[in-house]
Ligand binder design. Structure first.
Ligand SMILES: Nc1ncnc2c1ncn2[C@@H]1O[C@H](COP(=O)(O)OP(=O)(O)O)[C@@H](O)[C@H]1O
Ligand SMILES: [Mg+2]
Length: 353
């Protein structure tokens, strides 16, 4: 009964709205948040899926409670976060999981690739190309204003990916957004409201040097970046400060550095990836396990420089085709196991279960 459900939920929202707007002395009512998401649920999803980034997740947890409590400054975004760190360590995935938990789908948030925005005609729409200039309206197509605006009971979510690619002009426009909570596209006809929005930005600024440092260290070269030990997190922050004005950085609530994913987390990350695959296989009434030989082989593909992305890709390229063959066969097997023998992966029905 989708229609009835919609009506019920609309009613609930207007009840909530009335409560929210009516001044009251009753604490239980006054303190009820207009936001329907539960920080606990979001954190459960994050802690299950994002491995090895406990410090970052603790800060994200604080943010979620702050947003839910809803006493932030009006006309400013609900929260402004910048995620720093190497590739494939969970920066984008964190935003996707938050979007999924709060909005019900990873498709409901607005993702702006700063690389795309760096193209002149898009940037022009932000930074004041004269009306009529080709592309002066195109920024509108880049920004999904509904996803950014959110709704009464749900925050909007926007992700500015690869911040380091943005031009000075675009950063200036962004600074304005962080300050005032809205953006007027230079066509003058479109205004985008960020005041009910969680803003996330990601950057791998400074990571190149860290990678070089780590590579040198692995080869035993110790005189790099001032010796054997560098504080990676403060290196990233320094690189950030070199690139962006304090004016801009001061408007960011949280600057969080993701760690490289070290070997100790591989087991868990593999479990997470397998879990995701099994969720998809459920629709085909099949489940997959890996034996120890297969796990060990997958670990050999892992490269810290590329993070978990690499592991996920190998599962897709090397294991999924084997599963595909198996489930297209006519026999009724539902449980499969993959091993690595004689230099190759092989799949068979799991007879032990
Ligand atoms: N910390 C992590 N824990 C579990 N899986 C991860 C983690 N980091 C990355 N992954 C996996 O790698 C993929 C790419 O990660 P992503 O968040 O997009 O990387 P980036 O940090 O470059 O934004 C994810 O879809 C996920 O499958
Ligand atoms: Mg990313």
């Amino acid at each position: 009964m989708p229609f009835i459900n919609e009506r019920l939920s609309a009613n609930q929202t207007s009840i909530d709205k009335a409560r929210y707007e009516k001044p009251t002395t009753d604490n239980t009512v006054a303190r009820q948040s207009r936001f329907h998401f539960k920080p606990e649920d979001v954190m459960n999803a994050l802690r299950t899926n994002i491995i090895g980034q406990d410090d970052v997740l603790s800060s994200v947890e604080e943010m979620l409670y702050l947003v839910k409590a809803d006493f932030g400054i009006k006309h400013r975004p609900l929260a402004v976060n910048l995620f720093l760190g190497p590739t494939g360590v969970g920066k984008t995935e964190t935003v996707k999981i938050i979007a999924k938990s709060i909005l019900g789908s990873t498709d409901n948030f607005c993702r702006i690739d700063m690389n795309t925005l760096a193209q002149e005609h898009y940037a022009a729409s932000l930074t004041g190309a004269p009306p009529g200039y080709v592309g002066s309206k195109e920024g509108h197509s880049l920004f999904d204003s509904d996803a950014i605006k959110g709704s009464f009971s749900k925050p909007g979510i926007v992700l500015f990916d690869e911040l380091e690619k943005a031009s000075t002009e675009v950063i200036r426009a962004l600074l304005n957004v962080l300050d005032t909570g809205h953006l007027v596209l230079s066509s003058g006809t479109h205004e985008i409201d960020f005041s009910n929005c969680l803003i996330f930005m990601t950057s791998n600024i400074g990571v190149k040097e860290l990678n070089a440092h780590r590579a040198a260290q692995n080869k035993g070269i110790k005189k790099w970046l001032g010796g054997n030990t560098i504080d990676e997190k403060s290196h990233l922050k320094q690189a950030l400060q070199k690139k962006f004005d304090p004016e801009f950085l001061n408007r960011i609530d949280r600057i969080l550095s993701y760690d490289y994913l070290s070997d100790e987390f591989l087991d868990k990350i593999l479990d997470v990836e397998l879990e995701k695959l099994n969720l998809r296989l459920k629709a085909k009434n099949a489940t997959l396990e890996l034996d120890e030989t297969a796990r060990q082989q997958l670990y050999t593909y892992y490269d810290e420089e590329y993070g978990a992305r690499n592991l996920a890709q190998h599962i897709r390229v090397k294991l999924e085709p084997l599963v595909a063959r198996e489930i297209l066969k006519d026999d009724q097997s539902t449980q499969f196991i993959i091993k690595y023998v004689d230099d190759k992966f092989s799949i068979s029905p799991d007879i032990n279960t």
